[in-house]
Design a protein around this ligand. Sequence first.
Ligand code: DMJ
Length: 463
Amino acid sequence: MRIKIWSGILLVLALGVATLSHATQQESVTEKEAAHLALQVKNETRHAWESYKRYAWGYDALKPLSKSGHNWYAQSLLMTPVDALDTLVLMGLKKEADEARELIATKLSFDHDMEVQNFEITIRLLGGLLSAYQMTEDPRLLNLAKDLGQRLLPVFESPTGLPFTHVNLRTGKVRGKISNPAETGTLLLEFGMLSKLSGDPVFYNKAKRALVATYEHRSKLGLVGSAIDVETGVWVNKNAHIGGGIDSYYEYLYKCWKLFGDQDCKMMWEKSIPGVNQYLADEVRGELWYGHADMDKGTRNATQYGALDAFMPALLALGGDLDRAKRLQESNLKMWRLHGMEPEALNYQSMLVTSPEYALRPEIIESAYYLYHYTGDNKYRAMGKEFFLDFVKRCRSEAGYTALKDVRNSSREDSMESFVFAETFKYFYLLFAPKKTINFEDVTFNTEAHPFWLNQKKKIIKK
Ligand code: DMJ
């Protein structure tokens, strides 16, 4: 135990020395250094997993400061093990992956009289189970996914086809008629894969209808708002942006075409992205940002951007717009360097932080990974290295990793969201690991970074 604590302290000290100054930071990362960083990411993932095991085994998540377990609902749905499993497999952490898989296969049940949020359960659990099934071919994971998919289906029974936000897993009773584009439009990758893997088209059809219905409610400018009534299709908040509550709707318009070759999705993406670039993109001091605007008038509502918006360079790069992707990633870096860690939100006009927390979010790293893939420019690995060193220095704790309450002073929050495994560690690892670790062209990551393969035979993973 003492040895483990000392090795943790030494790592933090070593990383601290390495980050003494951004000015001295090298602009590229050699292959040897990248291999070393990939190993460090793997070790840090193991540290977080061991902490979950020790203090929160069987719970949804670890509370890293109080060193205890936490459940989202009355019963655990094993959020952390399910979100972590494909990352553990990908990194070749075999013992850890096997113990996560056995816990899930033997203990996870969805037969609870309990209301859950469809969006989070879909992207984390349905996505995690399907991806882990594709990687391990353990049929128990697919059976769990089929059971979950059936239990979630009632959400789609609204007059518009836009899903309700919540459903009771046992009774199928739905609730929550005020939703948003992210929740109504970020379901097709997971439900679509469930259809492909189960042979039942119902899942694909319902989730596609929800995505198309979201798109059909766009404004004349091609924008969507922040809140919509799923029973009437009336927008109750017309603030358009690319941040939380809308973000992954745009992501899935593109990705459902990439994964399934669905031409309707391609058309919806092509009709939507020009409005986003025309009315939400903003030039300030010669920098590119994306702000908020009224969905009908296109007038600027706010010059706000943050950790969730930081996924956009990845999506722009995926969609072929490398110029905007590169420029926006420079703004992401500027946001990060403001306080040596990105805040949840800032005003990019004044550069003042408006929401100071850091929830261990992955989006900025995801963007570095996509840009490194598409450009081969080593500066994105150097950026990732800077993010990783700051991340370890400021968020590593004795038990796992800890969210920050305020990036300006490093006060900590007793929280380690499961997406730190599904996404944050995974994108760090993929950025530094050899390209052959996963064949980027054959894979589509869901919004929780769970990789899906349409052609199961192509899912060759090399460690
Ligand atoms: C994840 O659950 C998903 O990436 C989602 O789309 C948005 N936010 C979190 C991580 O920040």
